[in-house]
Ligand binder design. Structure first.
Ligand SMILES: Cc1cc2nc3c(=O)[nH]c(=O)nc-3n(C[C@H](O)[C@H](O)[C@H](O)COP(=O)(O)OP(=O)(O)OC[C@H]3O[C@@H](n4cnc5c(N)ncnc54)[C@H](O)[C@@H]3O)c2cc1C
Length: 388
């Protein structure tokens, strides 16, 4: 088993590091999905003087180490708590903003022809314990109160059609989601930004910011506004880093996929225990399984392989498929999660930051809001983000 990330983008060429002193209206720190989409939304506003810096290569943080399941559900949440605190109308606006974020990603990929193994898949939630089902039913009711079309419960036969294992006896269909190779996706978005004039410097760690000037090892950027989107490296008491591990099997044959009822390649989430499993079939027909959600202690987006997570993934594969299918790749990454119900969006006169959304669609939703707030535009999400 190779103890490293499976995602690859052969032939990718990183941009040169910053060398010298520059000026820009906007400086974005971080080349993950948050920073890339901050630049994207600024471009959509007609901004043309944007610099983005990334300490490694674009996508080298949580984004490029994720499972690439771009679904519009909450990691911060849950929806029931969002409704209880902000009301059903605000929760509906938040869900609809996440759907918008998904649509933006989809049209960007399709219109720009970003080659990132993209497809749309159903997303299924499965459970195996009374306790988990009670909790999930509570959330189900909350989500139905926001949008009665989603989710829908699966009856026993439908569940068996989705998941072969008899061990799960509860299932619901959430909305459709996008699946991508997340590294190629990030690189494709970067290429789009560069084509539209964003100056991207890779291998350029941000060091400090004083009086409108950002300092990097070999240069400075004097900027009108700086947006921090540095993921697990953001320091704030309301953000915590969580570790999660992904294992990937060999490619499965069409016969195996059909026998497992995975030939239609759904994505799934087992929300059964304290930590959860998530999974999908990759473009080359491998079973990808992720597990774990334990507090991390470092800033790094990639950490040492968590062996008990790997054991858990192996055990889950046995339960899920009925077979021992060996893992060919495994890695453990970290992502930042807000301790509150919402991602952390800080809007300042000259300095702003975004973090802790927990998922990529929620990150894009939050960064879309951040850019709108920088223009002081009224926004449907004001009721949530300005409420506290
Ligand atoms: C194993 C794993 C699986 C996941 N699976 C999914 C999934 O399937 N679907 C989903 O939606 N979410 C998933 N997530 C969560 C998701 O990846 C993150 O929520 C999201 O990518 C965060 O994006 P970001 O841009 O905020 O952070 P990042 O992607 O970490 O980007 C921050 C960037 O800032 C850079 N940076 C940091 N410090 C500096 C500095 N000083 N100077 C310059 N640059 C700096 C970092 O190098 C990094 O590239 C997963 C996460 C992990 C770890």
């Amino acid at each position: 088993m190779q103890e490293r990330c499976f995602w690859d983008d052969p032939g990718y060429e990183a941009n040169d590091p910053l060398a010298g002193n520059e000026r820009a209206d906007w400086l974005i720190v971080g080349g993950g999905v948050s920073g890339l989409f901050a630049a994207y939304f600024l471009l959509k506003r007609g901004e043309r003087d944007i610099v983005l810096i990334e300490r490694g290569a674009v996508g080298s943080g949580s984004t490029g180490h994720s499972a690439g399941m771009l679904i519009g559900d909450l990691q911060t949440g849950p929806w029931s708590a969002v409704i209880a605190k902000y009301g059903a109308e605000a929760a509906r606006a938040y869900m609809s903003a996440q759907e918008d974020a998904q649509r933006i990603v989809r049209s960007l990929i399709e219109n720009e022809g970003i080659a990132c193994d993209f497809s749309m898949r159903d997303f299924v939630l499965i459970n195996d314990s009374e306790w988990a089902i009670r909790r999930t039913m509570h959330e189900f009711a909350a989500r139905q109160a926001i949008d009665p079309r989603h989710p829908t419960l699966l009856d026993e036969e439908e569940l068996r059609n989705e998941i072969r294992s008899g061990e799960f006896y509860f299932g619901e269909h959430l909305e459709q989601g996008l699946t991508v190779n997340p590294l190629k996706f990030a690189h494709g978005v970067k290429a789009y930004l560069v084509r539209h004039g964003v100056r991207v410097y890779e291998h350029t760690p941000f060091l400090s910011y004083r009086d409108g000037v950002a300092y990097m090892p070999h240069g400075t950027v004097s900027c009108g506004h700086i947006i921090h989107a540095s993921g697990t490296w953001l320091r704030d008491p309301s953000l915590k880093n969580y570790m999660t591990t992904i294992g990937i099997t060999r490619p499965l044959s069409q016969g195996e996929l059909s026998a497992l009822n995975l030939a239609d390649k759904d994505m799934f989430l087992d929300d059964g225990k304290r930590s959860f499993h998530y999974g999908k079939i990759t473009a080359d027909d491998r079973l990808l399984l992720g597990y774990g959600d334990v507090l991390g202690s470092s800033s790094s987006a990639v950490v040492r392989l968590h062996m008990s997570h790997v054991d858990n993934i192996r055990h889950f594969i046995r339960r899920f498929t009925g077979y021992d299918i060996p893992l060919e790749h495994a890695w453990t990454g970290q992502y930042s999660l807000s301790t509150g119900l919402l991602p952390q969006v800080i809007v300042g006169e000259r300095e702003s930051s975004i973090g802790g959304a927990g998922t990529q669609i929620a990150s894009i939703t939050a960064v879309s809001y951040l850019v709108s707030a920088l223009y002081h535009d009224p926004h449907p999400l004001d009721a949530l983000f300005y409420a506290d």
